[in-house]
Ligand binder design. Structure first.
Ligand code: AMP
Length: 459
């Protein structure tokens, strides 16, 4: 682990596009009971059955929240109504506010791990947002001055009038019990329910026209890039633009970043509720990048739009390793990725083609970096310095680990795997996490950075 930390100090990474403020509520029994009293158990049950895909009114929120509590699965649902946006602020007192969005989480993580340079970009940078980035010399925001690319600390680069995106995050704990009508519900796993604000101004996922011509220069400066935020795209915009327009722009960005130097690009995929949009993002973006990270639910979502409905349903229903491996093989091949990383609660997986320069042992080491960082973050709430990793190292691998390995070996024996390298490791699971927000992003950033560092060593 310490070897990686040393490598990291020589590495530069570019990140785009999504940052926001996370306003966090730690949910307790009282919050939940009050919401049920206010909206009525029957109304809530009815709305759960309708399963709203967006939050248009408070009842949509309550229904999806209760549903998430019942299953214990982390969820993110877009909020599209300005009135309901205001309702949240009048209804809840936030326990804390911190940086969010994949770029926000990963930028602070890598800067605190003492990476040489972390260049973090988002189309908007308001003051409140800028102040949430760690104030260190290695975390920089790209701006263009007199036609030249200049890297500045976010607090020196923000624009007073830029809007700030706020996501509300409801953290829930395993074991929380409440009554919904006659039914008693006990939350099976700790997790979070995210109300993602999806107003149009934040749905323009693009590089500003001034910065865009400098992307090849940025590509030359870095060892790799992590791109995320495509889940914020819309099908249509009020000015007549559409998702196709922004996806064409996004493809240009990727090509520009790789223009002067063939850097590796990782995409961190987050759930996209709309099937058509999900399909567009997958078909437009994945074939241009090298590495993709996602969780198990996202694999199932993607397989479903690629036409593998039955396999997708199986992954949702049974969570079996053999199905996840089969699904991962399909994604790797159909989208021709170099590497796919899947994180689930009990294990992390990499799948590559067999000609990947790294050995299976090395790939496993890279996953270990990911889970160790996540365990450190789950224990501490935040990783503030490289030494914090030690806390992660002291978290044991989860008790299902041996079972997971066994099932994986069984699955491999039954499948054609000669053309692939597939590795799996159990996760280090923190019993009472301080927070579960950003753990997936932390895993992916740690795994991708260590993957890059080992590739560099080979060169
Ligand atoms: P995501 O849903 O993308 O944020 O990813 C969450 C991931 O974080 C899971 O797949 C686990 O691997 C990891 N994780 C979740 N809870 C914990 C915990 N309590 N301790 C350590 N890692 C966790």
């Amino acid at each position: 682990m310490m070897e990686f930390i040393k490598d990291f100090q020589r590495m530069n990474i570019y990140l785009a596009y999504n940052v926001n403020v996370d306003a966090i509520v730690y949910l307790n029994e009282k919050h939940i009971e009050n919401l049920i009293k206010e909206f009525g158990a029957e109304n809530i049950k009815k709305r759960i059955d309708e399963y709203p895909r967006e939050i248009n009114e408070p009842l949509d929120f309550v229904a999806r929240l209760i549903h998430a509590l019942k299953t214990g699965k982390p969820q993110a649902v877009p909020l599209v109504s300005v009135e309901t946006d205001r309702w949240f602020d009048s209804r809840f007192k936030y326990d804390s506010e911190r940086i969010g969005g994949q770029v926000g989480v990963i930028a602070n993580l890598l800067a605190n791990l003492d990476f040489n340079k972390v260049i973090a970009y988002s189309p908007y940078l308001g003051k409140k947002q800028a102040e949430m980035f760690v104030n260190k010399d290695n975390l920089l925001y790209p701006v263009v001055e007199e036609g030249k690319l200049v890297l500045k600390k976010p607090v020196e680069a923000y624009r007073e009038n830029d809007p700030v995106k706020i996501n509300r995050i409801f953290e829930f704990r395993a074991g929380t019990r409440f009554k919904l009508g006659n039914e008693t519900i006990e939350v099976p796993y700790s997790g979070r329910f995210i109300v993602a604000s999806r107003f149009e101004e934040f749905a323009r996922i693009e590089t500003s026209p001034e910065l865009k011509p400098h992307l090849p220069e940025i590509g030359e400066m870095v060892d790799g890039a992590i791109l995320s935020g495509y889940q914020g795209l819309r099908k249509y915009y009020s000015d007549g633009k559409d998702a196709n327009y922004y996806l064409r722009k996004a493809k240009e960005d990727i090509k520009l970043l790789k223009k002067k130097k063939d850097i590796k690009i990782h995409v961190e995929f987050a759930s996209i509720q709309d099937r058509e949009l999900r399909k567009k993002v997958i078909y437009n973006i994945f074939p241009l990048v090298d590495s993709v990270g996602m969780d198990e639910a996202e694999i199932a979502h993607i397989l479903s739009v690629l036409g593998y409905r039955e396999l997708s349903d199986r992954i949702f229903t049974y969570n079996r390793i053999e199905d996840a491996v089969l699904g991962a093989k399909i994604l790797l091949d159909e989208l021709n990725l170099e590497i796919l990383q899947v994180h689930t609660i009990y294990y992390l997986m990499y799948i590559t083609h067999s000609d990947n320069p790294l050995s299976e042992e090395e790939l496993m080491k890279s996953l270990e970096v990911g889970t160790t960082l996540a365990a450190a973050r789950a224990s501490l709430g935040d990783i503030k310095r490289p030494e914090d990793i030690k806390v992660g190292l002291s978290v044991p691998f989860n008790e299902k680990g041996e079972y997971v390995k066994l099932r994986f070996e069984e699955a491999k024996a039954k499948m054609r795997t000669r053309e692939y390298k597939i590795v799996i490791i159990p996760t280090r699971l923190v019993k009472n996490p301080v927070s579960t927000v950003g753990l997936g992003d932390t895993i992916s950033a740690g795994a991708f950075a260590s993957y890059l560092s080992m590739l560099r060593r080979k060169e």
